[in-house]
Design a protein around this ligand. Structure first.
Ligand SMILES: Nc1ncnc2c1ncn2[C@@H]1O[C@H](COP(=O)(O)OP(=O)(O)O)[C@@H](O)[C@H]1O
Ligand SMILES: [Mg+2]
Length: 521
């Protein structure tokens, strides 16, 4: 227990000295006694000087980056939850840099030896200095022996002790969240305990590289017959919880437009292919790379796209795919009443909502978009606006659809950086139409889609309620990290019980100290 109190003290001190509390105060108006508490606890240490020209969000990013892995992850997680912290702050937190200094290559060697065994270590040669270092892991290159021949690989290695540190810090944070929620009723809206609990669930999975290996493998299997998209191969004999070994990418970063052009790559087709591959994976397989920024994409000499970093994956189930197809198809046909109908039939919008008003709101999203020159239409933005509308009508967006929408915006952005004139709608249309045609029988139309939605409703009578309950789990699933759901809630209950116990123990502890002191003096 004393260890826990000490952890709590360390975390509180970290928070106090980082400048995070001052920044949070600018945003949320923290009660004065909490501020004083943090001021007292960080007495005697150098407080971080704040840069006054920065916005509160930027200052918060600086503070979180300075506090290490746990807080970087917390910030990244909150960036995906505008429903909790608001749009503006979430946007600012997206800029959080996931970087930490690299650890020594000799340490990496030790980890390799421990994880893979001395025998296997002999088969690894040319281990390079780290080529990239982030908050959870770092990457080296190396050569391994496979069936007697040499293969060039990238080796991702978890930071030493990261899991222990993370969980200890989270324990303390969890307790801090509990104290704050108990003391200040209005902070309950921020769901602090739930946030910390979810963060633990998600990140603990990220700290097992076998999950990333499995995700890479699944994407590899799904796309092995797709021309132009090559997922690196995983070497399972050189992979463990803390080590991920995969084929080394021999390509040019998609960021290096000039180099790509000089090697004769057609940037226009490259951008188009990227959009189409991404969309196809989302709608055909219901499994997509959820982190497709430029740093994670490479291109080989033949113009093949090669992704890396399979830590965040998105999964769409059958119903989600159907929902997506129907609304996109409805939008393409500019049939807003039908789109509204689909939402109603699936029970996604509260019953008392006016259908006409909802359709009207949908029209207000669709029409201006179709009023633009067709090349400016963005699928990602269309979905973003649609979700904004549905949220206004009290329908909470499922996190995996949100991840899809966000990734869509990123993918379209990468394509437009390669070729600014990319006509996203024209490029997306064949994939969407082809898929919709396949999903529905030739004579099928949107009316049938509504019938299908009715069927879903019949099977799950309390669908909206169910969605609400499953919300936590969906967040995890959206990142490809967990299977459904109730288990989680149990986890959270257990966590809360532990907190109560801890609180009682601490009271008991303080009480005993007082008694002892009374007896002694
Ligand atoms: N298979 C690979 N081949 C070559 N370079 C790689 C490979 N995998 C990762 N890298 C390099 O290491 C960097 C970090 O790896 P990544 O998997 O993206 O880790 P993180 O989750 O830290 O972003 C990548 O941006 C890329 O430059
Ligand atoms: Mg990366």
């Amino acid at each position: 227990m004393f260890k826990k109190i000490f952890q709590l003290y360390k975390i509180a001190r970290k928070l106090g000295t980082s400048g995070a509390i001052e920044t949070l105060n600018e945003i949320y108006k923290i009660p004065i006694y909490i501020k004083i508490f943090f001021d007292v606890i960080s007495l005697g240490s150098q407080k971080k000087i704040q840069n006054f020209s920065k916005s509160p969000g930027e200052k918060l990013c600086d503070a979180l980056e300075g506090m290490g892995t746990t807080f970087i992850k917390l910030g990244q997680f909150l960036a995906t939850r505008p429903d909790i912290i608001g749009e503006d702050l979430a946007k600012d937190l997206e800029k959080l840099q996931d970087k930490l200094p690299a650890f020594r290559t000799s340490v990496s060697k030790e980890i390799l030896k421990k994880e893979l065994g001395e025998k296997q270590l002999i088969n690894i040669s040319n281990l390079s200095e780290p080529i990239a270092a982030a908050s959870i892991s770092q990457v080296h290159t190396a050569t391994i022996k496979v069936d007697g021949s040499n293969v060039d690989v990238a080796v991702k290695i978890l930071r030493p002790e990261i899991e222990k540190l993370f969980n200890e810090e989270l324990d303390a944070l969890m307790f801090l969240a509990y104290i704050v929620e108990s003391l200040i009723a209005k902070t309950r809206r921020l769901k602090l305990i739930e946030v910390v609990h979810l963060l633990r669930e998600i990140t603990n999975i990220e700290m097992d590289l076998r999950f990333e290996a499995a995700a890479a493998n699944e994407l590899y299997e799904n796309t092995k017959n797709d021309k132009g998209f090559n997922v690196p191969k995983i070497y399972w004999n050189y992979t463990s919880k803390k080590v991920l070994t995969l084929e080394k990418v021999k390509g040019i970063s998609i960021r290096e437009k000039d180099t790509l052009e000089k090697s004769g790559i057609n940037l226009k087709s490259l951008g188009e292919n990227l959009i189409q591959h991404f969309l196809r994976q989302a709608v055909r397989d219901g499994f997509f790379h959820g982190d497709m920024h430029q740093g994670n994409l490479f291109v080989d000499g033949q113009g093949n796209i090669i992704p890396v970093d399979f830590g965040i994956m998105g999964r769409l189930d059958k119903n989600n795919k159907k929902y997506l197809a129907e609304i996109l198809f409805g939008f393409i046909q500019r049939d807003y009443v039908k789109v509204a109908e689909v939402h109603f039939q699936a029970g996604l919008v509260p019953r008392e909502t006016s259908k006409e008003e909802f359709a009207q709101a949908l029209r207000s999203v669709g029409e201006p978009i179709f009023g633009q020159t067709i090349k400016d239409i963005s699928g990602g933005n269309l979905l973003a606006q649609l979700f904004e509308i549905t949220e206004k009508f009290n329908m909470s967006t499922q996190p995996q659809l949100l991840l899809l929408q966000k990734t869509m915006v990123v993918v379209e952005g990468v394509a437009r950086k390669l070729y600014p004139e990319t006509n996203i709608w024209e490029v997306s249309k064949p994939v969407l139409e082809g898929w919709i045609r396949k999903t529905k029988s030739p004579e099928a139309n949107i009316n049938q889609a509504i019938d299908v939605s009715k069927e879903i409703l019949k099977k799950i009578p309390d669908f909206p309620n169910f969605m609400d309950r499953a919300n936590y789990a969906l967040q995890l699933i959206s990142e490809g990290k967990l299977n459904l759901s109730l288990k989680n809630d149990k986890g959270l209950e257990i966590e809360k019980m532990k907190l109560k116990n801890l609180r009682n123990n601490i009271f008991l502890g303080i009480f005993s100290v007082v008694i002892v002191m009374l007896l002694v003096f």
